[in-house]
Write a protein that binds this ligand. Sequence first.
Ligand code: NAD
Length: 365
Amino acid sequence: MKQNVYIIGLGLIGASLAIAIKKEHPAIHLTGWDFSEETRKIAQEKHIVDEIPESFENGAQQADVILLAVPIKTSLNYLRQLADLPLKQGVLVTDAGSTKQEIMALAETLPFDFIGGHPMAGSHKSGVLAANGDLFENAYFIFTIPEDEVVAKRVTELQTLFKGTRSKYVLLSSVEHDQITGMLSHFPHIIASGLVNQADVFNQIHPRAKQLAAGGFRDITRIASSDPQMWTDILLSNRESLIALIATWQQQMSEVSEWLSESNRERIFQFFENAKDTRDKLPIHSNGAIPAFYDLFVDVPDKPGAIAEIMSILAEAAISVINVKILETREDIVGVLQITFKTQQDLQEGQSWIEKRTNYPCRLK
Ligand code: NAD
């Protein structure tokens, strides 16, 4: 009999995983559920899933594998509901949530096998229309396995199921997962949003500042444009790690403030030097805890048609571009075209075409 995989939540992550599963395993019967009727309709019309059941419960009872791709708190509620349903013998339940301790702790108390999942790729877009089967290519896909060794071994079933994502699998304990993603993803989102909020108050006193924020400031706070609902859920689900990280940050900022009061040039220099050394050693374009942006910076001459020329070279080579921006107000680079590509491969090909057909210098940062 066909394996029946049931995806609850057909937004960016759920629908993208559905496409990746179908590509690798066309024989799998994909059933999908979402509380938005419009999303259910789109998912069916676009053949992202094979079937929309009559009700959430109906779909769950037919499933061999259940994947929760809804906001974190909603996943917890669904898990409790699943525990009250007559599910198939041997059903394997998993999720795609960005935090893992809370859900693993709940799942341990429930009467079905559960393995946590976190495909670490994303986009600023959300919803079913943003679905992309290549979203997870080369990204890390983390699994958090339970203590029960028999259930833990079932991770291979999920690794086979998600093969079409072409992601890199990593096994972590749920504690380690939340600490690492807390430091590298959740905490930076707090800082980025804090910077934007602080600048907003500042801009009311200095209206010209808003205009000047268009360049570098906009770039370093890019992740503050992420979905507020999702990030509220993530923060509340990883409170302990984040409270500890904020305390360390506050301590670090007090030190910087003290060095400034003392005009301590040496310590301030060391602060920046240490950060520069560390950052320069980070890999440029392998995917990490925050989705990578495949940016190419091209020095464009001040002549009519230069930007159109670059764009038509990329169009001729059938390379898609996510975003194009002219950087005018950056302090360090002037007259630069920033082109954001979808994948590392598109970036490399785009760069090579532009370099072959023009003499405009290109660089990656
Ligand atoms: P999304 O907003 O694109 O999709 C969520 C979907 O869930 C929507 O279609 C929504 O209609 C549906 N939904 C919400 N409440 C529901 C309910 N009660 N019943 C049924 N459907 C419901 O969000 P997303 O980016 O796909 O995020 C889904 C999960 O994936 C979240 O837990 C998030 O933490 C995790 N995740 C997100 C990213 C990212 O960057 N977007 C990356 C990795 C993991």
